[in-house]
Design a protein around this ligand. Structure first.
Ligand SMILES: [Zn+2]
Length: 550
């Protein structure tokens, strides 16, 4: 039984993927026949079946991970970014997510634990397959593998886009693991590879002036739940009372995953040159350093040795309020920001990296700020959508409160000051019959890419820099790639000129131009957004918001 159970349980993700992925018929057949042939031959090669099962545990882990993702996203293989997400996600976040996916966890346990238990028992009892059984399995495995090889050849010959390392499970996931390790190693050498990079930044504003600029990177906030952007619930009770907020309703992110979107925001690299430039370029904090600013990076996310840490550490003062190992509310960033503002007598640039509206939403605000109730059921299940949405909306009210507090702080400075806020990506919350939840899936959705983006300029800034102010207003209804616009916009606001920065990407520059929508896919390829895997319903939603997808 164990000799048959092992190949049959290992092939479960392959069968599932054949239904969810848009493979050709030949590719679907190859995705089952070739691995099945290999599994049967492996089982037939060693009489110590218990040992074979235990050696197969890494394959079962791949299969289990894949099945959990199918529950979560409904499609797609485990992406390179997914491995990097796991590596850069803090332990508590990961276990909380797994704990909220009971159906997925029960399913993988029901499939794989009995096989592993059987393997352990066979090993302990030193039981072996008899010779006749091994021959029977081999006689089945050989023709199946030959058929698999023939199918592979047919895929290569008939489909110019077929690549086994993208469509054959678990080869594709092994390939992605190697790529993730490669990228992780390259990231760890970032400080060496970017050491020689210079912006040659020059400040065109008066040298002795007091100026304060704050870039706030949101987390997992989606435009659809912002009252400022037309949502019908009061999620922005404070910002919606103001008449000095410039909103960019057509802001779309170029990546749906934190560990790629945030580096795109901070770094001089763009989607077009990301795969090489991200290792060799410095970020917006380094540019402000060169221009003579005091700089600070204040984060409410855990350190994770990713580009986010490296680019944040370019600041002169770096504060991770999570350094005590606990989770904090974003409002706890505010005293640190106030301290930086008080300390810096001249020019100051601060990046705030928030935890924003990340799952588990209910943990993003204090209990007495729960405006929308019920919000107690946090399991990642469709039947909890009402509670999840209440909690998510409460978390946006908390972001609204924090942004208002930052603006109040900047107003008190009574100097040219600006705040730019936008989220790294959005979120799926069981919005349609796809049943999608969270973000970072290999294929994005409308809800994961349409992000809230807004700017606030102090009255003193408006008075002293009318050209930039007019540009910021004039482009408010333009198509914006949020990641792409961040660095040039901050530099343009501060009047910092750098030869290598393209100011036609800066919202606060009169030369801003709209560009074709580009998306950075899992293989770090810059592809047209329309080819990123968005479905017809996603394109329709973009169209409803007058957002171009090409
Ligand atoms: Zn994120």
């Amino acid at each position: 039984m164990l000799a048959w159970a092992l190949p049959l349980t290992l092939i479960v993700p392959n069968v599932w993927l054949d239904f969810t992925e848009h493979y050709t018929l030949l590719s679907c057949l190859n995705n089952i026949v070739t691995p099945m042939g290999i599994y049967l031959l492996v089982v037939s090669c060693c009489s110590k079946i218990g040992r074979t099962v235990l050696w197969s545990i890494p394959l079962m882990i791949y299969a289990a991970f894949q099945i959990v993702l199918m529950f979560l996203y409904g499609e797609n293989i485990i992406a390179i970014d997914m491995f990097l997400n796991v590596a850069t996600t803090n332990f508590g976040e990961a276990t909380r997510l797994l704990g909220s996916l009971p159906a997925a966890i029960l399913t993988v346990c029901a499939i794989y634990l009995p096989v592993i238990a059987g393997g352990i028992v066979m090993c302990k009892r030193k039981m072996r397959l008899d010779r006749a059984m091994m021959v029977r399995i081999r006689r089945l495995g050989v023709p199946i593998l030959i058929a698999g090889v023939a199918l592979y050849g047919a895929c290569e010959l008939t489909d110019s886009e077929y690549r086994a390392e993208r469509q054959l499970f678990p080869l594709n996931v092994m390939y992605n693991t190697c790529k993730a390790v490669q990228r992780g190693v390259a990231t760890s050498h970032f400080k060496d590879t970017s050491a020689d990079f210079r912006f040659n930044a020059a400040d065109t504003h008066p040298a002795d002036a007091r100026e304060v600029y704050v870039l706030i990177i949101g987390e997992t906030s989606r435009a659809d739940n912002w009252q400022l952007l037309g949502y019908d619930r009061p999620t922005n009770p404070r910002l919606s009372q103001r008449d000095d907020i410039i909103v960019y309703p057509k802001a779309v992110t170029q990546s749906n995953t934190t560990h790629k979107s945030v580096p795109l925001i901070l770094s001089a690299a763009t989607v077009e040159n990301y795969d090489t430039a991200i290792y060799n370029s410095k970020g917006v904090l380094a540019a402000f350093n060169e221009a003579g600013y005091a700089t600070a990076f204040i984060s409410n996310q855990a350190r994770n040795h990713s580009f986010i840490d490296h680019l944040g550490e370019e600041a002169q003062q770096v504060t991770f309020i999570t350094a005590d190992g606990r989770e904090h509310l974003d409002s706890e960033l505010l005293p640190v920001l106030q301290q930086r503002i008080t300390e810096a007598k001249g020019k100051l640039f601060v990046v705030l990296h928030t935890y924003g509206n990340h799952f588990c939403y209910r943990d993003r605000y204090p209990r007495n700020h729960a405006f929308f109730t019920q919000d107690d059921n946090t399991d990642a299940e469709r039947y909890n959508r009402s509670d999840l949405m209440n909690a998510y909306d409460n978390s946006i009210r908390e972001t609204d409160l924090m942004l208002e507090a930052v603006i109040t702080m900047l107003e008190r400075c009574e100097c040219p000051a600006a705040m730019l806020y936008f989220s790294d990506h959005g979120e799926d919350i069981f919005d349609d019959d796809r049943g999608r939840f969270l973000h970072s899936s290999p294929v994005p959705t409308y809800y994961q890419i349409h992000v809230p983006m807004l700017m606030w300029l102090s009255p003193q800034y408006v008075a002293e820099y009318p050209e930039q102010t007019a540009a910021a207003h004039a482009h408010s209804n333009c198509d914006v790639a949020s990641n792409d616009a961040a660095l040039p916009t901050m530099l343009a606001l501060a009047g910092i000129r750098c030869d290598s920065v393209d100011y036609t990407r800066a919202l606060a520059s009169p030369s801003y131009i709209e560009r074709p929508r580009i998306y950075l896919n899992d293989y770090n390829e810059a592809i047209p957004l329309a080819r990123s895997g968005l479905r017809e319903c996603d394109l329709q939603l973009l169209h409803n918001h007058q957002i171009s997808h090409f």
